[in-house]
Write a protein that binds this ligand. Structure first.
Ligand code: GDP
Ligand code: IMO
Ligand code: MG
Length: 436
């Protein structure tokens, strides 16, 4: 599986960072293909515990080339701060590269993001991370954006900024914010260019050579399909494509180069921010999932909304992403539950549906649950499929069945090694996802 896309199968925070950190031990290259520093990818390994926002989660392997891809958006000031944190932890970062086509999150973008969010009320709030993601991608689509490569070309930079400044200032004035000082912005951009210039490259030959040379390449997604700009719960979405389709365009490789699409999925559901979340629990079970799973946002610290596993959205996610395998995370969080519920359909206007309706209807659906016996046994030290309690295996099989994809990894703790690996199908006489 030389080229593997690792993508979020739910509402984000599935544990993508932890999975990429594990897989990157053997990877030659990791490419973050979309999103910005709205990501919070937690990695726990020998270097410590980190919440990575922009830097690919392969950074802990010094031999892995880590690329921030063209489909991503980069806040240079935040990136430099993140680089410092990692350097302070003893990492060299020699292999970090940034696509010159990636767009720049400028200082007014987070400001516009916060102002737009403040103007939304109640149930209309998206609950963005206020990292300027929406406004930056909006400028990109409006063709007034600035790209990382522009930071290293002073004349071109000035031309681009002076040309786009009037439109930017109009947008700020509409929201009651002061205008941008063009000279100061140019100076800041040039300083970022100086600080990052050596890393800003054309990623096409790098990635093409890796793929053509049969190297192991990981494509790291941000967020999950339910917040995909096209396929998520619009308008409560991010402004890029976390689904696997975004990996081709965001990293810059042909669709048929990807061999494996690994869907990362929590053994239950969480979401942070607004929008419909059908399996949300506002009772003691929801609070318990939050407590045991430490479900607080890695970027904003907000408490995550928690609920049972949503088998309808996983079927949708699986089709859209073409999962060839799953990594199920946080199984251990369910260890103490006597009963575990799992949603297999939605009730809408008296009808049972097993597909994902559009946002206004998704807000009204009632989940239909089946109940599974819990295993009431700690799983954190388990490292093989056979050692997993029988009830846990049955529950995992049901997840695989609903996703229509086999399980390859089961994560039972946040640490790098706290994982059950099933990638040698058949060795134990098992075909995960089929055998009971
Ligand atoms: P990401 O954004 O998809 O990378 O996920 P986050 O890092 O935002 O959220 C996942 C959280 O769960 C982090 O705090 C991880 O350290 C933690 N985590 C990941 N896998 C496991 C697991 O198997 N068990 C437990 N208990 N925690 C996990
Ligand atoms: P990772 O990569 C969970 C949510 C926000 C908001 C919506 C849009 O760690 O899984 P944005 O700032 O992108 O404009 O916010 O998406 N959101 C996330 N939720 N994990 C993330 O990243 C998220 N990034 C954005 O809460 O509802
Ligand atoms: Mg996260």
């Amino acid at each position: 599986m030389p080229v593997t896309a690792v993508v979020g199968a739910q509402w984000g925070d599935e544990g993508k960072g932890r999975v990429v950190d594990y897989l990157a031990q053997r990877a030659d290259m990791v490419v973050r293909f979309q999103g910005g520093d709205n990501a919070g990818h937690t990695v726990v390994n020998d270097f410590g515990e980190f919440a990575l926002h922009m830097i690919p989660s392969g950074v802990f392997n010094p031999d892995t080339v880590c690329i921030v891809g063209a489909g991503a958006v980069v806040n240079p000031a935040n990136l430099l701060a993140e680089m410092k944190t990692l350097r302070d932890a003893g990492l060299a970062l020699d292999n970090l590269r940034l696509a010159r086509r990636a767009h720049v999150v400028l200082p007014q973008h987070p400001q516009l993001d916060a102002l737009a969010e403040a103007a939304r009320s109640g149930a209309d709030k998206i609950g963005t991370t206020k990292r300027g993601i929406g406004p930056t991608y909006a400028d990109k689509a409006a063709r007034i954006g600035l790209r990382l490569g522009d930071l290293t070309r002073p004349e071109w930079l000035e031309r681009r900024l002076r040309q786009t400044l009037p439109a930017r200032n109009r947008a700020l004035a509409e929201l009651g914010a002061p205008p941008i000082d063009g000279d100061a912005l140019i100076e800041r951009c040039l300083a970022w260019g100086d600080a990052l210039g050596g890393r800003i490259v054309d990623t096409v030959p790098l990635i093409r050579d890796a793929v053509q040379g049969g190297r192991r390449v990981l494509l790291e997604g941000q967020l999950g399909v339910m917040r995909d700009l096209d396929w998520g719960i619009y308008p409560f979405v991010t402004s890029s494509n976390p689904a696997a389709g975004g990996a081709y365009s965001g990293a810059g490789l042909p669709p048929n180069a990807i061999d494996t699409v690994l869907g990362v999925v929590k053994a239950y559901s969480t979401a942070v921010g607004g929008g419909p979340f059908p399996c949300e629990l506002t009772d003691t079970d929801g609070a318990r999932l939050r407590d045991v799973g430490k479900e607080y946002g890695a970027t904003t610290g907000r408490p995550r909304r928690c609920g049972w596993f949503d088998g309808v959205s996983i079927g949708y996610a699986s089709w859209l992403n073409g999962f060839t395998a799953l990594a199920v995370t946080k199984l251990d969080v369910l260890d103490g539950f006597e009963e575990i519920r799992l949603c297999t359909g939605y009730r809408l206007d008296g009808q049972t549906i097993d597909h994902l309706p559009d946002t206004p209807d998704l807000e009204r659906v009632e989940p239909i649950y089946e109940t599974w016996p819990g295993w009431m046994t700690p799983t954190r030290d388990v490292r093989t499929w056979r050692e997993l309690p029988k009830a846990a295996r049955a529950y995992l099989h049901r997840i695989a069945e609903l996703a229509g994809a086999p399980i390859r990894y089961v994560s039972v703790g946040p640490g790098r090694g706290e994982l059950v690996v099933l990638d040698t199908y058949g060795v134990e006489g098992l075909t995960p996802g089929v055998e009971r």
